[in-house]
Design a protein around this ligand. Structure first.
Ligand SMILES: [Cu+2]
Length: 143
């Protein structure tokens, strides 16, 4: 079960993603104004929530911020420098500072920028593979 969705990538990964992201849902021309639906304005899959950014630098061995709390539907944008990656892992892997990738977790490779929409509450743990032993780890808490 994947509880996040990749939005866009400036890098070269996830080339096998089959969805173009363009759902041409024949939207009617806006001749009908004022059709509001209570609570229906925000599509949890539209990525219309707040965008949070996690950055790194070449010199530092940390994610900034390392621990981030967001709301369901928010986007997290990872901006990795060429010497760091961000790989989702299990809580055990995170706690043990090892490098086993989560099979359906998010992956941001070296030097890439990627955005993910988190659609369900929960905690995501991630690491930088070459620097996990230096405590270069992070969490995304989705509330
Ligand atoms: Cu690193």
């Amino acid at each position: 079960m994947t509880t996040f969705r990749a939005l866009l990538l400036s890098g070269l990964v996830l080339t096998s993603v089959g969805c173009s992201g363009k759902s041409d849902s024949a939207a009617p021309a806006d001749g009908t104004t004022g059709t509001t639906t209570d609570g229906g304005d925000v599509d949890p899959n539209s990525g219309s929530g707040t965008t949070h950014t996690v950055t790194t630098t070449l010199e530092s061995m940390e994610f900034m911020p390392a621990d981030l709390t967001i709301a369901v539907g928010d986007t997290v944008r990872f901006e990795m420098t060429s010497n760091h990656n961000a790989i989702e892992v299990s809580q055990d892997t995170y706690d043990q500072r090892t490098v086993a990738r989560l099979s359906d977790g998010f992956v941001v490779e070296y030097g890439e920028t990627a955005e993910f929409v988190f659609s369900e509450p929960g905690v995501h743990f991630y690491i930088c593979e070459p620097h996990v032993m230096m405590d270069m780890v992070g969490t995304i808490t989705v509330e």
